[in-house]
Design a protein around this ligand. Structure first.
Ligand code: ATP
Ligand code: MG
Length: 483
């Protein structure tokens, strides 16, 4: 069979570093005859893959996995991988169907049409994509993919973690996929450089840690990139916050309050930040700074920056702080820092205090108070020695609003509190909560019962809103009449 994707003279098999496939029937031309064969009995006759009784389903699955592996190995041997990049998908699929068909015949394996289709799709994924991860990456209902070693893959759907039946053949298979991912973005991961944080080509955020630091096999976390970011309306429809809160937030962002979105891991901070950014006027110049570029702003005038970790020799790092300092020289109207987690806090607060009103960031914290403590800690850790009162005064004058995002125990993500920073009272930063999620109970199937309510305090910024043309009706600040 001739093919432009076929290696000239390829197919000698047995490459060093390839998984051991000796157990697959039909692999004999690659292996010395003396090697033991786990599945030797299946060697000679045609094996109808459906022959076994129902209770043999598991074995059958294992066998299919082995057939797939053998076919994958043959594909790697036979395909000219260099030509893959330029190959049209349909050509490549046809090629895979043809190579796998030949190999199945040769191996004496009979599969039905559906099994063949699945197998060919999986092979296509192995060759061009990320193997077992590929279907999960394509599944829009999956938010996060979490791999704990080759035999355990969890996904997060609708805020809940679920164990999948996706597995890798072994650690080597998993490592190969990790390597494929990181090398595609010019990074490396190995024993001496055992963890990596990267952005995939589709924008997904990727983190991997490999043995020996990862004890039971490589750990991979993927936060999938959503092409359609959740907009304010979506979030209101999902019950993340109410229309009244949205109106308030619109006024806050449009009138250039400095906003911090606070929340735990995966609570929806970045999503909220992204949605809030939609309230920024289209004629403003916005600069975004992130460790992994996730934000997708709709405005025309956006400059995006992504920090960079040091290379293998420990050189070439460009921190968020470097980006931020540089950003200040780039005439921004607003600066958005994806997540403030270190020394960049100093420059962020300074920017907020010195003419870049309307800047926004997120912070990993569990409440508005906690967010302020985190800011204090970050400032101290950045080596700034300042009396606590002065330090708090800096924070109080920089930050206007803290929005708390939370993933509740039933998996729902909500904006559980909107708190205004109103100034200082003695040494303490004064704050007032304007909206909150009031939890009242739990349904028998563990869904949280609750409602959003205003707390009854009038916004500290009402006058500002009014002057900027956002005359919010006073009833949005009235508490919800609880039943
Ligand atoms: N209100 C919501 N309803 C449903 N899904 C949401 C909601 N908010 C966020 N999500 C989804 O939850 C996932 C996590 O959101 P996001 O990335 O914003 O969290 P994060 O707090 O920034 O996480 P991290 O701490 O990892 O940076 C995303 O897939 C996002 O689409
Ligand atoms: Mg985030």
């Amino acid at each position: 069979m001739f093919s432009k994707y076929k290696k000239p003279g390829g197919g000698d098999g047995a490459q060093p570093g390839q998984p051991d496939l000796t157990s697959i029937p039909g692999g004999q031309e690659h292996q010395p005859q003396s090697k033991p064969r786990v599945m030797r009995r299946q060697n000679t006759s045609k094996i109808p893959a459906q022959a076994g009784p129902v209770d043999k389903e598991k074995k059958r699955k294992e066998r299919l996995a082995e057939i797939k592996l053998e076919l994958h190995k043959r594909l790697l041997d036979n395909l000219n991988l260099g030509a893959l990049d330029t190959a049209a998908e349909s050509d490549l699929r046809a090629e895979i169907v043809s190579i796998s068909g030949e190999a199945l015949d040769e191996m004496g394996v009979v599969l039905n049409r559906e099994e063949r289709a699945t197998l060919n799709q999986e092979l296509f994924d192995e060759v061009t994509g990320l193997g077992p991860l590929e279907p999960l990456l394509k599944d829009d209902s999956v938010n996060d993919i979490l791999v704990n070693g080759p035999q355990q893959v969890f996904v997060e759907r609708a805020g809940k973690l679920e164990l999948t039946d996706t597995t890798f053949k072994d650690e080597r298979h998993l490592l190969r996929i990790i390597d494929k991912i990181v090398s595609a973005v010019g990074r490396r991961v190995d024993e001496s450089n055992p963890y990596v944080d990267a952005r995939l080509q589709d924008g997904s955020r990727f983190n991997a840690m490999v043995p020996p630091i990862a004890v039971d096999g490589s750990l991979v976390s993927i936060r999938k990139f959503k092409k359609e970011k959740l907009a304010i309306d979506d979030l209101v429809n999902f019950g993340a916050f109410t229309e009244e809160m949205a109106a308030y937030l619109q006024a806050a962002v449009a009138t250039r309050l400095n906003v911090i979105v606070s929340g735990g891991t995966g609570s929806g901070k970045t999503t909220t930040l992204n949605a809030l950014s939609s309230f920024i006027d289209n004629d403003e110049r916005i600069l975004t700074i992130e460790d992994t570029a996730e934000l997708q702003l709709q405005q025309t005038h956006v400059g995006r920056m992504e920090s960079r970790p040091p290379n293998v020799e420990g050189k070439g790092a460009v921190s968020q702080r470097d980006c931020l300092r540089n950003a200040l020289r780039m005439r921004p109207d607003r600066i958005i820092v994806g997540e403030t987690r270190g020394e960049e806090v100093i420059d962020m607060l300074q920017a907020m205090n010195t003419g870049h009103d309307g800047s926004m960031t997120t912070i990993h914290a569990n409440s508005a108070r906690d967010a302020v403590s985190r800011l204090e800690n970050m400032i101290s850790m950045a080596g700034i020695e300042m009396p606590i009162k002065a330090l708090r005064a800096q924070i109080a004058s920089a930050v206007n609003l803290i929005v708390q995002a939370s993933r509740l125990q039933d998996g729902s993500r909500r904006m559980v509190s909107i708190t205004e920073v109103t100034g200082m009272e003695g040494e303490v930063i004064s704050m007032q909560e304007v909206f909150r999620f009031q939890r009242v109970g739990l349904t028998p199937d563990n869904k949280i019962i609750g409602h959003f309510t205003a707390t009854g305090v009038r916004s500290h910024y009402s006058e500002r809103f009014r002057m900027w043309g956002y005359d919010l009706p006073s009833n949005i600040f009235e508490p919800f009449a609880a039943e």
